[in-house]
Design a protein around this ligand. Structure first.
Ligand SMILES: C[S@@+](CC[C@H](N)C(=O)[O-])C[C@H]1O[C@@H](n2cnc3c(N)ncnc32)[C@H](O)[C@@H]1O
Length: 253
């Protein structure tokens, strides 16, 4: 993960505190991970945060949805952590086609990722007997509903890893979280690094039970969301006291 041979267009390399690297996007003006550790953050918020090490023994296949493929650290970390000979399907979404072309090229000698191929203009896929990786290229707000029309699927874990709500607001709205909820297994866990009151309100108003997540680096908390529990009373109180509004899709006039 740290020996990158080249850089995707419009990105620069950033070393993070645990020695792993992330990318800074010139377009979004934001890094893909916390500078306190891209790998450690991924383990804490996504591998541990969505409980995939437990769920892999409960579901066959385990279905993981990732919002924002980036440089693939979410997938590579999952591949490293999940046991062999269990079935799982990792569905991710990425706007930037050049970033995906770069990733495919960068990992062309990787045991599993060398199988990556475009199965249509906007879908990159690799599979073996146990693992399927499907990356939906395009704006997730259109591309995911389009994919779901032909692939009815329920996910067990969601890595909500878009850029920040300020930079990437359409992937944090009440309507977005409603869509994610509608295709979730009842035992789903959604996890994200963000602890913003606005995104917690978006989650709560779309019917998720919002819970506190672990702290990472200087951030005091993060967010987990489930369907089998109500929103944490401390978070309810905090939301009531805050003037922040939930994020909503812009209405077309
Ligand atoms: C924080 S990075 C994801 C990091 C990634 N999970 C990893 O571990 O490497 C967010 C990614 O979301 C992508 N993105 C932003 N807006 C998007 C959209 N509307 N649809 C799909 N992908 C989007 C960005 O291009 C960026 O690569």
């Amino acid at each position: 993960m740290t020996n990158l041979n080249s850089l995707p267009p419009g990105h620069s390399l950033v070393e993070t505190a645990d020695g792993s690297f992330t990318l800074f996007s010139e377009f979004f003006q934001e890094a893909c991970h916390s500078t306190n550790g891209a790998y450690d953050e991924t383990v804490l918020h996504y591998v541990e945060g969505t409980k995939i090490l437990d769920k892999i023994h409960l579901y066959d296949p385990l279905v993981i949805l990732e919002v924002g493929f980036g440089l693939g650290i979410g997938f590579l970390t999952t591949l490293k952590k999940l046991p062999l000979q269990r079935k799982w399907h990792f569905i991710s979404m990425e706007l930037d086609k050049a970033l995906l072309e770069w990733f495919k090229n960068e990992y062309q000698n990787h045991e599993f990722l060398k199988e990556l191929e475009w199965i249509d203009e906007h879908t990159l896929q690799a599979r073996n007997e146990w693992i399927t990786l499907t990356i939906l290229q395009g704006d997730a707000r259109n591309r995911l509903p389009q994919y779901l029309m032909n692939n009815p699927i329920k996910w067990h874990s969601i890595y909500q890893d878009a850029f920040s709500p300020k930079k990437n607001p359409t992937l944090w709205t009440k309507e977005w979280f409603e869509l994610l909820k509608n295709y979730s297994h009842p035992d789903v866990t959604l996890s994200t690094y963000s602890a913003s009151t606005a995104i917690r309100k978006s989650l709560h108003e779309s019917g998720w039970g919002v819970q506190k997540g672990e702290k990472f680096g200087p951030k005091r908390t993060s967010t987990r969301a489930v369907l089998q529990k109500e929103t944490d009373p401390d978070i309810l109180l905090q939301m009531e006291r805050s003037p922040a509004l939930s994020l909503r899709d812009a209405k077309e006039i």
